[in-house]
Every structure is written in structure tokens, then in C-alpha cells.
Design a protein around this ligand. Structure first.
Ligand SMILES: O=P(O)(O)OC[C@H]1O[C@](O)(CO)[C@@H](O)[C@@H]1O
Ligand SMILES: O=C[C@H](O)[C@H](O)COP(=O)(O)O
Length: 949
């Protein structure tokens, strides 16, 4: 006779603690039901992890599911699990029917991540119950303090529950109480309790594992041989004794008047299920936890090996009620030995939650990796070549992030991931892409198209302009739609140049400002409103050529209403400017330019899912990049040097503001370096972290070789390959996530910009003075040469003079650039019109600095960079050497309705910025060019070359 089958005669049901797709599909479960009388199946996260993570039998189902559409990793897993559970339930259904609902159950566990979350557990259990949709399902809920009220609620709903991670007799009483109370509620609400089933899964072997270890420690320390013997006699006894005593409670709890009332209505007792019955200690019988716990109305769920062993050599006897007094004595002896079973069982619950969460991390990691494989090029590739040291640091941090659930906490808006300030209020970017109202954008785009505009101009700064600029630079003009431009300057020449580029009467302007209070967009909007009014005449027509994108209630919204703007799009106040590109601040310009927002968002969401809360850090590309960037920064490799390929050349300018404004503060941070040409390893110091981003079609062997050389020279190199420019949104999100993660590593709040304000205040003081007196306060140069007037504060002047600065420009430049050392960066800050010629001029100068001084360089234009890297220059590490470049404007431009012209605003911005730099003791020199911009830049270039040679 088969001993497994014989258990039936002792009133005990055997369930199988195992599940896998092929096992069910091939009929193995059915076979066990027939030969062994198996009457149920239990699963848990470790079981699914083994099934899915260590085999390829789920690859095809994952592929099939993804063919119907991409989805989050947790949903993907849940779909697989639900299918498996349904299949198992169907195989067991004849058992369930034959036993009239007394047995034949399959258990599916709620996510272990919810073990401390009552509401989350209830919601997930209800969803699983509905999705599996099988009468013979039991949803598994842990017996944690948060799980207990969930159990009561679920039973009260009429949902069958398997209570898992139950170790202690005391907690068992609460579990039974939750069941009884739940049933009473259900019955009171008119429910038929005969459909509700429950088991209390009392864990066994894990108790012995811990108790035996503590006993061993005590045995080793005991001197008295009889004490050693007494302690040794307890080994392998405690778990069984604990279970036996709990069973006595069961008998008491499910009898008597309270129970009889429920039973009269058809309620079934909550059976005790012996779980964790695979023997862990090789010295014990492999069927120990079956043989010693045989008794009526109980279940033993066993792993396949234990089932085989018991079939082979299991011995049957009614053991559960044998020697109950002896069991009590074992527990007393244990207590007397100074080992607290209460403490052990309490720890085991926590440990059990952790073990299942660890298994879930592995499981989700495996599903994430399979998803990535199936989706292939639909998710942009990222490869990190970090070298030994940084690589190890990232691996260590990855594990810390996993163990402390940081990515899930980040998505749950837990500010303790950062500094615990108000970071939780700034996380709207996490789900703004998913929330985008695609239909509205499509409708809006149709209307724009109908207007047959020739041009669209975004007027904004920083986060409100740099995202749209990448779109404008990256995507070819779409037929029937206006050409997209971006203006983010107060330079009169640049404002005029924009005006010259467009057909003013046939242009739509997108005034973009979250706060509505930013100086530049306000000046630009007033200017262009006036120009359009002159061109088209009526105020109604003028207003209809303007669109506002702004946060609700801003001054811009009020102005837009007054002036009858064609449309006002609201931003989301929980998103900071630099994180706003996937919100209306990027999507309105995109739709205006005829970019298909639906498809753009669809591609983006693939990366959002890859960086999701359910993708553990090691498989999460945003987290990986962020950890690498942050940890590199801590090691002094804080110059995040971005190479963007030709097709996405402007991406770096957007990433620059994101990284700099987010991380550069409190003397810490990352300094992004965008637009430097890629050179040979010898020109770079050990302060670099390289990120190369290109599209698949732009593979360039020479460029690749140079990157490989950097890698060989020991520099960390990240390579990102986009399938095409259509995947731009993926990169926006990847970098947003990475920057947030890097901020956590650096220990700063990545969502504020404390130092931008300082320059704004100075600027306001200067423009206020101008409004009063009609001139900016006078200032005296430290030296005046034929080509330029030089300005700086006393401390800088003294230092530069001491370093050899005298009467000519070259000597000042030599002294100033000579102050840049290993680990520093030199930033050229030009408050001049930004165009092809000036960009090339600054590029030439920075390249020479890079080649001669081997320091990182930046070439920035004001006031644009004030809303970007400016934060880090002032608030980040004191490693910048700044060369501000100004000149008198060839021709100024008035701003309607105010005294200060564009030229005056820009001059005040330059001075405000410079004053803050010097006040903070930064190394800064201002060169005010004479004789026109072109001539001045040539002279500066010549002096700089001389200074560097
Ligand atoms: O959208 P707003 O409010 O005009 O701000 C523009 C930019 O100015 C800043 O607030 C500060 O530079 C940025 O963060 C922001 O993107
Ligand atoms: O429901 C079953 C339990 O999850 C399982 O028996 C735990 O067993 P283990 O302690 O061997 O992991």
C-alpha cells in the first residue's frame, strides 16, 4: 500500500507544496492526485521563483503575453501565476467536487511586499480572487500584525484564505479569531459560509532550524555533561511539540457554542495545515515532519522530495495527539534553557516575509530580464563598463537598494529615500507619461494643423524650454505642421534673430512657465505679443496665436485668460521644471509640431516600466545608471561627460540641466559636461564619468574605438543605444530616474534649486536700480585693455595679480586658467547671442582649454544656463573656474511696458550671476569684450591661445 495514500485513513490530507507550468501541463499533478491521493497544492514566491526563474518553460508564455501588449513586470508575473493557479485548480476540481468543497484547493500568495500593508493586501487578494475566478482557490495572506485584519476582512467577503507564515501558538489564536469573526460577519451579511474555506499554515521545520542552532550554541558553551545531554535531547523536538500544542487549541476553538452556531449554518472549520515540512537538517529523517504530525482534519503540504520519501518509506501512526504532555514539557525545558520560543517565532515571521520578498525580487528580476529579452530593441540598450572599483561599489549598492526596497519606496513617494525634506511632493514625473491625455493632444494637434501655421515658438527657460528644444532639434518637420523653434534668451540679437526666422503673422507662440513668474518668458511674451498685435491687428486674433503652458493659478494663467490665449494647458505642480518634459511642458510643443504624442508616449512607457517599482535594482536601467553616476561622483568622478550623437545632439543640453540643477548643491553634486569633442584618454583626468548615447543607425567605428580606449584607460563608460529618435522619451525617463537615484546616493534633495534664487535676487536688485535711475549701478574694471574690460572682486583680483596678471588680457587669462587643477572644470559663460558662430567660437576655446590643461570644460550661454547648470556652478562643489564673457549689445531691444530693455535685463542677469559666484568665493573672471562681438571673440580666442601656450 502507498503510505501517502494511507494518510487519508488517518484523516489527513496531503497537499503538494510545488507548482510549475510543465508539471501541470504534462499531467504530473493529475498523476499524483490519482496515485497518492494528493488533495491540494500550495505555492509561494520561492516556488514561483524556482519555476519561472530557473527554467525556460515560461519564455513562450511571456512572449505571447507581451505580443498582446507590453505591461509592468508585476502584471506579467501575475498573469503567469494566475494561469498556473487556474490550471492547477482545474486539475484539482474533480477532487473539490467529489469532496463537496471540503478539499481540492490551490493556494496563491499575495505579494510579500504587502505583508505590512493591510489595505494593499485586501485589495490584491480581492483582485486575485476575481482574476483566478475558481471556487477552489485560496488566497494566501501572512499572519503578520497587518495581515490579521486583512484575513478577517477577506473571510468577511466570502473569500477563502490560507494563512501563511504562522509560527506561534499565540498568533494562531488570533488567526482562528480572525477567521471566526470574518465568518460571523459574512453570515450576518447573508453569506453562505459553506463556500468559504480556510487553512492555518503552521510552519514547522523552520522553527527547528533556528532552535537547534541556539541549542548547539548552548551545548558548546555548557560544561556539565548532563546539561549537554538535556539540551541535545531537545533538538528536533521543539517544532513538532509547538504544532501539537497548537492542534489542541484548534480542537478547543472549533467546538463549543460559538462554533456550533456557525457550523449550523454550514461553516467549515479552519483546518490546520502543516507547512514547511521538508526536512532541512540532513541528520533527521527526511519524513520527520510528516510522520510526527499525523492526525484528523489536518493537512500536510509537502515538497515533491518529501512526498517521494514518504511514499517510499513513510511510517503511519496517529502521532499528532501522542504524548501531548511531553510536548508541553519540551517547550518548558526550552524556556528553562533560556531560549525564548516567542522571540524565535516573532523573528521567523519577519524573516519569512523577508525571505519571500527576497524570492520575489529574484522572481521579478527574472521576469524583467525575460521581458527585456522579448521586447529586444523596443527598449533602448544600456551597457555599463565601470571598471573594477566602481563596478564593485555599484554591485554593493544595488544589493543595498534591493534589500531596503528603495525602488519600491521611491515609487511610493517615500521621502526617506533622499533627505526626508519634501521630496515626496515632487514625484509627479513618475507617472505623468502614463497619465498623458493622448486623445486631447491628438485633438489639439488637429486644430493646430488646421490653422496652417508656418512656425511655432516656445518661449520659456530651463525645464520649460530645453525639452522642447531637443524635440525641435531631433525631429524633422512634420508635413502640415509648423516648424518648432525655442527661444530662451534675453539677448537682443537672439530675440531679433528668432523674429527674423519666423513669419510673425503666421506663428503660434507657446509661453511656457510653470511658475509664470520667470523674468525671461514674461519679457519674451510681452515682446512677441506686441509684435503679433502689430502684424495681425485685432487683439482677439493676437490672443489666438498664443498658448500657455503653466501650473494652475499662476500669473501666466491669469494673463493668458485676460489676453484670450487660444488655450491654457496646466502643468502638474508636483513636477519640477527640469522633470517636466513628459508632461504638457514637452508634450504640448510636441503635439504642436505634429509629433505623434500617442506613439511617443507608448515608446516612453516601455522605459517607465523597465524602471518600475517591480523591477529590482539589478535589472532596473534607471537605477543602475543612477547608482553608477552617484557612486562615481562620490569617488571624485563627478564630471558626467555626455556624448550625444548627431541625430540627438541636443539631448545633452537637456540632460545637463536635469543633472546639474538636481544634484549640484550643498557643495556636492555632479557637473555635467555636454558638447566636448571625444578625445584620447590622455586629455582626461580621473574625474570623468562618460555617457555615450546614440541611435542604432549611427554606429561609428572610429568613435567606438575612442570609447574603448577610454574604457581601457580605466574610465567608466556607459553606452546607450536608442532604436531610433522615436525613443527619445525613453531616454528622458531613464535620465530622470537615474538623476533621482544619484541624488539619493549623494545625499541631497534632487528636487530643489536653492542657489538659482540667489542670482535672481541680485538681478532683481540691479533691475530695480535701473528702473529708479535709468542706469545699472556703475562698476569699475580691474583692468582695461584694448580688447576688453576685466571685472572681478577683490579676492579674485588679488589672487590673479599674485599669479602674474598685469596689464594685458593674456596675463589675466593665463593666471585665471592657471588656477584650474586636476578635478576642476573651466566654464565659459557667454552672455551673448547663441548662434552657430558663437557656439563654434566658444567650442574652439573650450577645446583648447581641454587639450592644454586637461580639465573638463563647459561652454554655456546666459541667461539660458542660469536655469540649468547655473545651480551647480554656484551651489555644487567648488571646482569651477569661471570665465564670464559679456559685451555691449550692438542694438538693444525694448521690452514693451517696462523701462528695462532686453539688453539691460541680460546685463543685470550677468552681473547678478557673477556677484553670486564671487560672493561664494568661486574663481571667476569677467571679460567684457570691446569693439563688437565678432572682433571681441576673435581677440579673446587669440589671448586665450596665447595664455595656454
Ligand atoms: O517654468 P518656470 O517656472 O518659468 O521656470 C523655468 C526654470 O527656472 C527654474 O525654476 C530655475 O532655474 C528651473 O527649475 C525651471 O525649469
Ligand atoms: O505553504 C507552504 C509554505 O509556503 C511552505 O511549506 C514553506 O516551506 P519552507 O519552509 O520549506 O520554505
Amino acid at each position: 500500500m502507498n503510505p501517502v495514500k494511507e494518510l487519508e485513513k488517518h484523516g489527513q490530507a496531503v497537499w503538494l507544496d510545488f507548482l510549475a507550468r510543465g508539471f501541470i501541463a504534462k499531467g504530473d499533478l493529475k498523476q499524483l492526485i490519482e496515485t497518492d491521493g494528493v488533495k491540494g497544492v500550495t505555492s509561494n514566491p520561492s516556488i514561483f521563483e524556482k519555476a519561472i526563474g530557473s527554467s525556460d518553460e515560461y519564455d513562450a508564455p511571456i512572449g505571447k503575453a507581451l505580443k498582446r501588449g507590453d505591461r509592468p513586470v508585476a502584471d506579467l508575473f501575475e498573469q503567469l501565476a494566475v494561469e498556473d493557479i487556474q490550471n492547477a485548480a482545474d486539475v484539482l476540481r474533480p477532487v473539490y467536487n467529489r469532496l463537496e468543497g471540503q478539499d481540492g484547493f490551490v493556494s496563491l500568495e499575495v505579494s510579500p511586499y504587502l505583508a505590512m500593508d493591510t489595505k494593499g493586501t485586501v485589495a490584491e487578494a480581492r483582485r486575485l480572487w476575481k482574476d483566478v475566478n475558481r471556487k477552489n482557490l485560496m488566497v494566501k495572506v501572512p499572519a503578520t500584525p497587518e495581515g490579521l485584519p486583512a484575513i478577517e476582512q477577506l473571510i468577511g467577503d466570502g473569500i477563502s484564505v490560507n494563512i501563511t507564515l504562522l509560527f506561534s501558538k499565540e498568533v494562531y489564536l488570533e488567526v482562528a479569531e480572525a477567521y471566526l469573526a470574518g465568518l460571523e460577519k459574512y453570515v450576518a451579511g447573508g453569506g453562505d459560509p459553506s463556500h468559504v474555506a480556510s487553512v492555518a499554515s503552521f510552519f514547522v521545520s523552520r522553527i527547528d532550524t533556528v532552535v537547534d542552532k541556539q541549542l548547539d550554541d548552548k551545548i558548546a558553551r555548557a560544561n556539565d555533561p548532563s546539561e549537554k545531554e538535556r539540551l541535545a535531547a531537545l533538538k528536533g523536538k521543539v517544532a513538532i511539540a509547538n504544532a501539537k500544542l497548537a492542534y489542541q487549541d484548534y480542537k478547543r476553538l472549533f467546538s463549543g457554542p460559538r462554533w456550533d452556531k456557525l457550523a449550523a449554518k454550514g461553516a467549515k472549520p479552519q483546518r490546520m495545515l502543516w507547512a514547511s515540512t521538508g526536512t532541512k537538517n540532513k541528520d533527521y529523517r527526511d519524513v520527520l515532519y510528516v510522520e510526527e504530525l499525523i492526525g484528523p482534519n489536518t493537512i500536510n503540504t509537502v515538497p515533491p522530495a518529501t512526498l517521494d520519501a514518504f511514499r517510499d518509506h513513510g511510517k503511519l501512526r496517529d502521532s499528532l495527539e501522542e504524548n501531548v504532555e511531553e510536548a508541553a514539557r519540551v517547550l518548558e525545558e526550552l524556556e528553562r534553557s533560556g531560549i525564548s520560543l516567542d522571540e524565535i517565532t516573532a523573528e521567523l515571521v519577519k524573516d519569512g516575509v523577508k525571505l519571500f520578498a527576497d524570492a520575489a525580487d529574484k522572481l521579478y528580476g527574472a521576469v524583467a530580464s525575460k521581458r527585456a529579452t522579448v521586447l529586444g530593441a523596443a527598449i533602448d540598450r544600456q551597457q555599463l563598463a565601470l571598471g573594477d572599483g566602481l563596478g564593485k561599489a555599484v554591485t554593493k549598492s544595488t544589493e543595498e537598494w534591493r534589500a531596503s526596497a528603495k525602488i519600491r519606496r521611491l515609487w511610493r513617494h517615500d521621502k526617506s529615500v533622499w533627505t526626508g525634506a519634501d521630496e515626496n511632493k515632487w514625484l509627479g514625473w513618475l507617472d505623468c507619461a502614463a497619465k498623458a491625455d493622448i486623445a486631447d493632444y491628438a485633438d489639439y494637434a488637429g486644430r493646430v494643423k488646421g490653422q496652417k501655421f508656418s512656425d511655432a515658438v516656445v518661449l520659456g527657460m530651463g525645464g520649460s524650454s530645453l525639452g522642447p528644444e531637443v524635440l525641435a532639434e531631433t525631429f524633422a518637420r512634420k508635413a502640415g505642421f509648423p516648424k518648432l523653434h525655442v527661444l530662451d534668451s534675453t539677448d537682443p540679437t537672439q530675440v531679433r534673430a528668432m523674429e527674423a526666422k519666423i513669419d510673425i503673422a503666421n506663428t503660434v507662440f507657446i509661453v511656457s512657465s510653470k511658475s509664470g513668474g520667470t523674468t525671461e518668458p514674461n519679457a519674451m511674451k510681452d515682446y512677441f505679443y506686441d509684435r503679433v498685435a502689430q502684424a495681425v491687428g485685432s487683439s482677439v486674433k493676437t490672443g489666438h496665436r498664443f498658448i500657455a503652458v503653466t501650473d494652475p493659478g499662476s500669473s501666466l494663467e491669469k494673463a493668458a485668460k485676460t489676453l484670450n490665449y487660444a488655450r491654457i494647458f496646466h502643468g502638474e505642480p508636483s513636477i519640477g521644471g527640469r522633470y517636466s518634459v513628459l508632461s504638457p511642458f514637452g508634450l504640448v510643443p510636441a503635439a504642436t509640431a505634429g509629433i505623434d504624442v500617442g506613439s511617443f508616449i507608448k515608446h516612453t512607457l516601455a522605459m517607465v516600466r523597465s524602471c518600475g517599482p517591480d523591477v529590482p535594482p539589478h535589472e532596473n536601467p534607471g537605477v543602475q545608471l543612477g547608482l553608477a553616476m552617484g557612486l562615481a561622483g562620490l569617488e571624485g568622478r563627478d564630471k558626467v561627460t555626455i556624448f550625444s550623437s548627431k541625430k540627438i545632439a541636443d539631448f545633452g543640453a537637456w540632460a545637463e540641466q536635469l543633472i546639474a540643477e538636481s544634484t549640484g548643491k550643498e557643495g556636492k553634486g555632479l557637473i555635467p559636461i555636454d558638447g566636448e569633442p571625444l578625445g584620447d584618454p590622455h586629455i582626461y583626468g580621473n574625474d570623468r564619468f562618460f555617457v555615450d548615447i546614440r541611435t542604432e543607425s549611427e554606429l561609428d567605428a572610429a568613435h567606438e574605438e575612442k570609447l574603448a580606449a577610454l574604457e581601457r584607460a580605466g574610465h567608466p563608460v556607459v553606452r546607450i543605444v536608442m532604436k531610433s529618435v522615436d525613443h527619445l522619451g525613453q531616454e528622458f525617463f531613464r535620465f530622470e530616474m537615474a538623476t533621482a537615484v544619484a541624488g539619493s546616493i549623494l545625499g541631497i534633495n534632487p528636487f530643489d534649486q536653492p542657489d538659482v534664487e540667489a542670482a535672481k535676487i541680485k538681478t532683481r536688485e540691479l533691475t530695480a536700480a535701473f528702473e529708479k535711475t535709468g542706469a545699472l549701478p556703475p562698476e569699475a574694471p580691474v583692468v582695461s585693455t584694448a580688447d576688453a574690460d576685466l571685472y572681478t572682486d577683490d579676492a579674485n583680483a588679488a589672487a590673479l595679480r599674485a599669479a602674474g596678471a598685469n596689464g594685458d588680457l593674456t596675463s589675466w587669462l593665463r593666471a585665471h586658467l592657471g588656477r584650474s587643477r586636476q578635478g576642476d572644470y573651466v566654464a565659459l559663460l557667454g552672455y551673448i547671442a547663441r548662434d552657430k558662430t558663437t557656439i563654434e567660437a566658444l567650442q574652439a576655446m573650450r577645446t583648447e582649454v581641454l587639450e592644454k590643461r586637461h580639465v573638463a570644460t563647459a561652454a554655456e550661454f546666459g541667461p539660458r544656463f542660469l536655469h540649468s547648470t547655473g545651480q551647480a556652478y554656484k551651489g555644487g562643489p567648488d571646482s569651477g573656474v569661471f570665465l564670464q564673457i559679456t559685451t555691449d549689445d550692438a542694438k538693444d531691444l525694448p521690452v514693451p511696458g517696462q523701462k528695462a530693455s532686453f539688453g539691460v535685463i541680460k546685463a543685470a542677469q550677468a552681473r547678478g550671476d557673477f556677484d553670486v559666484l564671487t560672493e561664494r568665493g568661486r574663481r571667476a573672471l569677467r571679460v567684457h569684450l570691446k569693439g563688437g562681438l565678432k572682433k571681441g571673440l576673435a581677440a579673446l580666442n587669440a589671448a586665450l591661445s596665447q595664455a595656454l601656450n
